[in-house]
Design a protein around this ligand. Structure first.
Ligand SMILES: Cc1cc2nc3c(=O)[nH]c(=O)nc-3n(C[C@H](O)[C@H](O)[C@H](O)COP(=O)(O)OP(=O)(O)OC[C@H]3O[C@@H](n4cnc5c(N)ncnc54)[C@H](O)[C@@H]3O)c2cc1C
Length: 430
């Protein structure tokens, strides 16, 4: 049986692994240590490196081994849960700035692609599809809220006819097009910003697993698996759903790792593209256990979906995703699957990101709840500002209340049970 967590993503197969500093082989002192070589950690490192700080970033495996090199590549603006929910926690004078923080992820990606000349197959255009009338009503509501804040890149696809210019599938009755969101090759983008961070002076250590974190007495001490010590004035933790037992207790209780899976087909020919996603926009449907898919620059269908809340490797990933894809595009039934893989998403109870402190000199973010490709860049900048004293937005975000997941050691079965209810709701279209 294949282990889809260990399977490389198609993105990892596409590129030759880039060389960074490799494993730590001595004790190190630095201004700021960052744990995690995903989109968040590298974004924070890039922004701090460019400000001239002495930064060391530690990644347990290779850059992008976590969710950042395994995701669906969908760039989606906005917060991971409703802005109304978020607004309840923040001071009114920060509301507009907070709204902007939610939607500036795609623009930041675009800015970095141009600035660092990153070739990462970016394509703009995104369709939220509706399976039933309830989804259409939700999309109408979504559009109203965005337009009230001055966002003018959305237009309604009110029926199948208008949807067919973008996506040809009988699975959907309509949708909402967003010209400001899109998709990219996430690992090419991440390597691009990592190289930019390295050029800005950041020391990037790969294969360097941090196995203990101590934050007492205003000094941060990290220890690697081989026993090397890192001493840092400030610490930023960006290990997200991959931190495991190293995670301080506070973080562990507020975030649950959920497994999502993706597959890539062999390239589609022109007529298959015209009969599936002629617009080449990224697509996501309105279900809780949603399908998300796109045609990439090599014309492969990158199809993601299913979620496992049991924190273990899911079975039959390829067969299950194939079944899901065939329900949307029966004409692709015979396409060969090049690769299927899984990765860990960090989710929070309220689906809003969890920003916080574990001491005066150690901060973290986690739990983008499946919505991190665009937002991770913004979050990295918020963390980088916070450690340099510009911490107003960070402080506001720490006010979001995050309940612990119920169930203690049994929390993943409890979560699985809870999510079954949402899947039933999807099934019965309520
Ligand atoms: C299958 C899948 C599909 C997804 N699809 C989408 C999508 O289409 N669009 C979207 O917006 N979001 C998507 N997401 C979510 C998105 O990928 C994440 O929100 C985002 O990548 C999080 O980035 P990060 O840097 O915070 O965490 P990660 O990318 O998970 O990085 C954390 C890193 O920390 C390292 N690490 C952990 N512990 C240690 C330690 N002790 N020492 C050293 N290093 C450590 C890990 O090895 C890892 O590389 C998806 C996620 C998955 C798994």
């Amino acid at each position: 049986m294949s282990n889809s967590h260990i399977s490389k993503s198609i993105y990892q197969l596409d590129i030759t692994p880039s060389k960074f500093l490799g494993k730590i082989n001595q004790d190190i002192k630095c201004d700021i240590a960052i744990i995690g070589g995903g989109l968040t950690g590298v974004s924070a490192a890039l922004s701090l490196g460019e400000k001239g700080y002495n930064i060391c970033l530690f990644e347990a495996g290779n850059i992008g081994d976590g969710g950042s090199g395994r995701n669906g590549g969908q760039i989606c603006q906005g917060w991971s849960s409703s802005f109304e929910k978020l607004s309840k926690y923040i001071d009114p004078e920060f509301k507009e700035e907070m709204w902007q923080a939610g939607i500036k992820g795609p623009a930041l990606i675009n800015e970095r692609i141009k600035k660092y000349k990153i070739k990462c197959d970016v394509q703009w255009g995104y369709v939220h599809t509706a399976i039933h009338n309830g989804h259409m009503r939700e999309l109408e509501e979504y559009q109203k809220i965005f337009e009230a804040h001055g966002y003018s890149q959305l237009h309604t696809l009110e029926n199948k006819q208008s949807l067919f210019d973008y996506i040809r599938s009988d699975a959907y009755i309509g949708g909402l097009y967003d010209a400001g969101s899109g998709h990219l090759h996430p690992l090419k983008y991440l390597i691009g910003i990592s190289k930019a961070a390295e050029n800005a002076g950041v020391n990037i250590y790969t294969n360097s697993h941090i196995c203990s974190i101590q934050t007492a007495n205003h000094k941060n001490k990290l220890t690697t698996r081989e026993g090397h010590q890192i001493t840092a004035e400030q610490l930023i933790i960006c290990g997200n759903a991959y931190l495991g037992n190293v995670s301080p207790k506070k973080l562990r209780r507020r975030m649950a790792p959920v497994t999502s899976s993706v597959m890539a087909t062999e390239p589609l020919n022109d007529s298959e593209i015209k009969a599936s996603i002629p617009s080449k926009a990224a697509i996501a449907d309105g279900n809780t256990a949603l399908n998300y898919f796109r045609i990439d620059k090599q014309n492969r269908m990158i199809f993601g979906g299913r979620a496992s809340y049991l924190n273990k490797d899911p079975n039959n990933v390829e067969a299950d995703l194939k079944k899901r894809m065939n329900a949307v595009f029966p004409n692709l039934n015979n396409k060969k699957i090049l690769q299927a893989w899984s990765g860990r998403i960090g989710i929070t109870v309220n689906r809003l990101p969890d920003f916080g402190r574990i001491s005066n000199t150690a901060i973290y973010v986690q739990g983008y709840s499946g919505h991190g490709v665009a937002f991770s860049g913004v979050a990295g900048n918020i963390l980088s500002d916070a450690v340099t004293g510009k911490n107003k937005i960070f402080n506001q975000l720490t006010k979001i209340q995050h309940l612990p997941f119920p169930g203690g050691p049994l929390r993943t079965p409890v979560l699985a049970l809870g999510m079954s209810w949402f899947k039933l709701k999807d099934y019965f279209k309520i």
